[in-house]
Write a protein that binds this ligand. Structure first.
Ligand SMILES: [Zn+2]
Length: 82
């Protein structure tokens, strides 16, 4: 998994582009979404992808099993505490 998406605006933008063509993985889209939650610059530049991220939020996150959400939380906490 490319966790760099979380902290690298270039990576996040790249995944953003890939997502438009459904070429990004589920986890890449989650990480991109999380990056945009933390990064105001990318959030403002991703208005074109707002609809997509809304779809991810509604479709994927709500149906994501609790243990998978917990895994993502752990990965993020590990990366932040480095
Ligand atoms: Zn950014």
């Amino acid at each position: 998994m490319n966790i760099g998406i979380l902290f690298n605006c270039g990576e996040a933008a790249h995944i953003c582009d890939k997502s438009q063509y459904q070429e990004s993985s589920f986890f890449e889209r989650i990480l991109m979404k999380l990056h945009q939650m933390m990064c105001r610059v990318c959030r403002e530049h991703s208005s074109e992808n707002t609809k997509l991220t809304e779809i991810i939020e509604k479709a994927d996150l709500k149906t994501m099993p609790e243990d998978k959400k917990e895994n993502i939380r752990k990965i993020i906490q590990q990366e932040i505490s480095k």
